[in-house]
Design a protein around this ligand. Sequence first.
Ligand code: HEM
Ligand code: HEM
Length: 194
Amino acid sequence: MPELLDVSAVLGLLAMVTLTLNVVMGIMLSTAYKTHPWWKKLPSKCREIKLLTLHNWTAYIALVLIILHPLLLVADANTTFSLRHIFVPLSAPKQPVFVMLGSLAALAFIIVIITTQKMIKRAMGFRLWKNVHLISYLTSLLFIVHGLIMDPLLKDRPTDWFDGEKLLCELCLLVLVLATAWRMWWQRRPYGVS
Ligand code: HEM
Ligand code: HEM
C-alpha cells in the first residue's frame, strides 16, 4: 500500500505537468495559433479541438491537484506537516524556503483563477486581466524550482538530477523555456510573419 506521502508526490508531479501544458496552451491562444503553418498541417480531428475550453479544463484539474498535494502531506501521520505549514511555509519542518515557493506558486495560481471568473474579468477589463494572467510565467518558475529541490521522502536529501521524477521536472522546465522564448519571439516578430 503506497503511503500518502508517495501519493502526494505523484499529485505534485501531475500538477506540474498539467500547469506546464496549461501555459503552453495559453501561449498558443495568445499567438493566433490557428494561423500557424504547423497547426494547419495537423489532422482535421486535432484542429477541431477547442483550445480555450481545454485551457480552462486543465486549469481546474490543476486546481484540484494543487489542493490535494499538500493536504495528503498533512494527512500522512508519518510527516510532521500541519495545515499551518501550508499557509506559513517558512515554519515548515523540512526545506521551508522551497516549501514557500510551492505555497507562493499555489497563491499566484489561485489569483489567476479568481481573476478569470467572468464577472471579475469583465470588471477588470482585458488589459488588466491579461497583466494579472501574465503572473503565470512567474508561477511556472516557482513550481519548477520547488519540484526540483523538494525531497519526496522529506529526508533533506540533495536533488538527484538523474532521478526519474526530477527528469520530469527538467523536461517541464525545457518545455516552458522553449514555449516562453517562442512567445517572446512572436511578440517582436517582423510585421506579416506568423
Ligand atoms: C481559469 C481558466 C482560464 C481561462 C478561461 C484562461 C483564458 C486565457 C485566454 C483567453 C488567453 C489568451 C489571452 C489573449 O487573447 O492574449 C490565455 C492566455 C494564457 N493563459 Fe490562461 N486562462 C485560464 C487559466 C490559466 C492558468 C491557471 C494559467 C497558468 C498556468 C494560464 C496561463 C496562461 C498563459 C501563460 C497565457 C499566455 C499569456 C501571454 O503570454 O499572452 N491560464 N488564457
Ligand atoms: C503550484 C503548486 C505546486 C506544485 C505544482 C507542486 C509540485 C511539486 C512537485 C513536482 C514535487 C516533487 C515530487 C517528487 O519529486 O516526486 C513536490 C514536492 C513537495 N511539495 Fe509541492 N507543489 C505545489 C505546491 C505545494 C504546496 C502549497 C506545498 C505546501 C506544503 C507543497 C509541499 C511539498 C512538499 C513538502 C514536497 C516534498 C514531499 C512530496 O513530494 O510530497 N507543494 N511538489
